[in-house]
Design a protein around this ligand. Structure first.
Ligand code: UDP
Length: 146
């Protein structure tokens, strides 16, 4: 008898990705976008922009009391970044895997941070850490697209 494997349908979700100013200035936008596309995920929005301080502070609001907050806001507003909305099945988790651990020295080789970054303060890329954060972050960057 033939075995049948049924997969329950996985509905698409969306996540917010930022190629941070270090990634843009180092010419790594194509590398990041290429990896996202080759993984099979779909880009539904993409914009080059320099963040207002208030947007950066809202985006990283959960870190407001941390000692690195000032530097983080300074860095993320220091030059243009590329913001993307990416869609696919379990897109949040898929992107966290492609991105790698927060500390690039500990990030697995093969991940974006593992392959292209060394410093925690300049770790190339941001990806939402949960579907709830993704909705909040997409609403901040691309109202109406979450
Ligand atoms: N960060 C830092 N120093 C730290 C921890 C974090 O500069 O000790 C920065 C780092 O750029 C990181 C961002 O703050 O990407 C947000 O931290 P989070 O813990 O949310 O990491 P992520 O979700 O980006 O991996």
């Amino acid at each position: 008898m033939t075995k049948r494997f049924r997969r329950s349908p996985v509905s698409a979700e969306r996540t917010l990705i930022l190629v941070k100013p270090d990634g843009v200035s180092r010419g790594l936008v194509g590398e990041v976008v290429g990896r996202i596309e080759r993984k099979g995920l779909k880009i539904v929005a993409l914009e080059l922009r320099t963040l207002e301080r208030s947007v950066a502070e809202t985006h990283y609001g959960e870190h407001a009391s941390k000692p690195f907050f000032g530097e983080l806001v300074e860095f993320i507003t220091s030059g243009p970044l590329v913001a993307l909305v990416v869609e696919g099945p379990r897109a949040v988790e898929a992107l966290r895997g492609l991105i790698g651990a927060t500390d690039p020295v500990k990030a697995a080789p093969g991940s974006l941070r593992g392959d292209f970054a060394l410093e925690i303060g300049q770790n190339l890329i941001h990806g939402s850490d949960s579907p709830e954060s993704a909705k909040r972050e997409i609403d901040l960057f691309f109202p109406g697209l979450s």
